[in-house]
Design a protein around this ligand. Structure first.
Ligand code: GLN
Length: 199
């Protein structure tokens, strides 16, 4: 199994580190050729406007769309989630649009710009997951094929999955808990559990 991590801007080093801890062959992705032969790709958090411009400049957008269409698994965290969404409010550029969700950027007010909370994420088991939110987006709407993976206690949707595309508003790469990355690797493998939080 070979996983690429888009390494243009943002928290890519932390994702690479977590994948290394899980013993997976991992490759930083900067050029179209780096995408060849990947089973999965992670798009990290950072600044979505900067990352989308770099993706345009390096001609990666259509290539990632095509590979996802052909079964490559993709995991986007925070800005990565914004980039993968079909619809984004307050975003002048066109996102990749490979997951049927509508996202609002910087959705948590000033006071809650950054926070950490223990989330119960049923697909990860009974032990709560430390979820780090940094100027995070939220998921306003999901299409009928999208499974909800995690919600905040006020019901805000913060992680979803559509087939082999996984996104989270929070940053699992900024904690020592490897379960969310392991879940992505299970998706890549086709072994993930089917689970859905109530819609
Ligand atoms: N607010 C950032 C954006 O809109 C995302 C923040 C993050 O990835 N931590 O791109």
């Amino acid at each position: 199994m070979k996983i690429g991590v888009l390494a243009m801007q943002g928290a890519f080093a932390e994702h690479i580190d977590r994948l290394n801890q899980l013993g997976v062959e991992t490759l930083p992705v900067r050029l179209v050729d780096d995408l060849a032969g990947l089973d999965g790709l992670i798009i990290p958090g950072g600044e979505s406007t900067s990352i989308i411009k770099l993706l345009q400049d390096y001609k990666l957008i259509q290539e990632i769309r095509d590979l996802a269409d052909n079964g490559m698994a993709v995991f986007g965290t925070c800005a990565g989630m914004i980039l993968l969404a079909k619809d984004v409010t307050d975003f002048n550029l066109e996102p990749l649009g490979i997951i049927d969700i509508s996202v609002k950027r910087n959705a948590f007010g000033r006071q809650k710009e950054s926070f950490e909370t223990e989330l119960l994420i049923p697909i990860l088991g009974f032990q709560s997951f430390p979820a780090v939110f940094i100027r995070a987006p939220l998921i306003k709407q999901v299409g009928s094929n999208v499974e909800i993976i995690a919600r905040l206690s006020d019901n805000t949707i913060v992680a979803v999955q559509q087939g082999k595309i996984l996104v989270s508003a929070f940053h699992p790469e900024l904690t020592d808990d490897l379960r969310f990355h392991q879940y992505f690797l299970d998706i890549v493998d086709g072994h993930h559990k089917k689970y859905q939080v109530d819609n």
